[in-house]
Write a protein that binds this ligand. Structure first.
Ligand code: 5GP
Length: 198
């Protein structure tokens, strides 16, 4: 049985990264795909673990070579999912997790409609704005752009398998974990029905 491709996405500032870290800590058998990016490595990040840091030329070469499952330009940098490792893991029956922004998530859905797209949403736009301000990474102008982008992203919400609100982190991680388990159970149930001898 092939593995399941889980995609965790949502507007910038909804806490996707933190949710992902919590999911991995729980040891529930998810293999996080390491993305490639052209952005600089931050102090607390580890090359090859957090991201594969590549030059713009190298990233474009990977696109031209069809090595990317999906990619997007975010904040002036390329981000993308290298295809090979994801396909290999799925083929080995392992579940894979992508933590990506919404343009990329929708590309994955087009290419692999069987992927499970989880959309993390903020409790309110006011809360989203204060989280973006709170993390102190963006200028006022960039925050306004992210809020605008979030409105377009929310308008695409019906293309996702499920919407999960990140109001309180622990509850959100519980909800994501339960949904992953539900999808796994559904897969096993269908597989059993198909293999049932009659
Ligand atoms: P950051 O620079 O803060 O690590 O990530 C910026 C944004 O890029 C986040 O929303 C993150 O989810 C997204 N991202 C990370 N890796 C990928 C990827 O491989 N593809 C796409 N489309 N987005 C990604």
């Amino acid at each position: 049985m092939k593995g399941i491709l889980f995609v965790l996405s949502g507007p910038s500032g909804t806490g996707k990264g933190t949710i992902c870290k919590e999911l991995l800590k729980r040891g529930i058998g998810l293999n996080l795909s390491v993305s490639a990016t052209t952005r600089e490595c931050r102090k607390d990040e580890v090359p090859g673990v957090t991201y594969h840091y590549v030059s713009t030329d190298e990233f474009r070469r990977m696109i031209d070579n069809s090595e990317m499952l999906e990619y997007a330009i975010f904040n002036g940098n390329y981000y993308g999912t290298p295809k090979e490792s994801v396909i290999k893991l799925l083929g080995e029956g392992k579940d894979v997790l992508l933590e990506i922004e919404p343009q990329g998530a929708l590309q994955v859905k087009q290419l692999m409609p069987e992927a499970v797209l989880m959309f993390i949403i903020p409790p309110s736009m006011t809360e989203l704005k204060s989280r973006l301000i709170g993390r102190g990474r963006e200028t006022e102008e960039e925050i306004a752009e992210r809020i605008n982008a979030a409105k377009w992203e929310l308008a695409q919400a019906d293309k996702y398998s499920v919407h999960i609100i990140n109001d309180e982190l622990d509850k959100c991680v519980e909800d994501v974990t339960a949904y992953i388990q539900q999808k796994r159970d559904e897969r096993v149930r269908i597989e059993n029905l198909m293999n049932e001898e009659i």
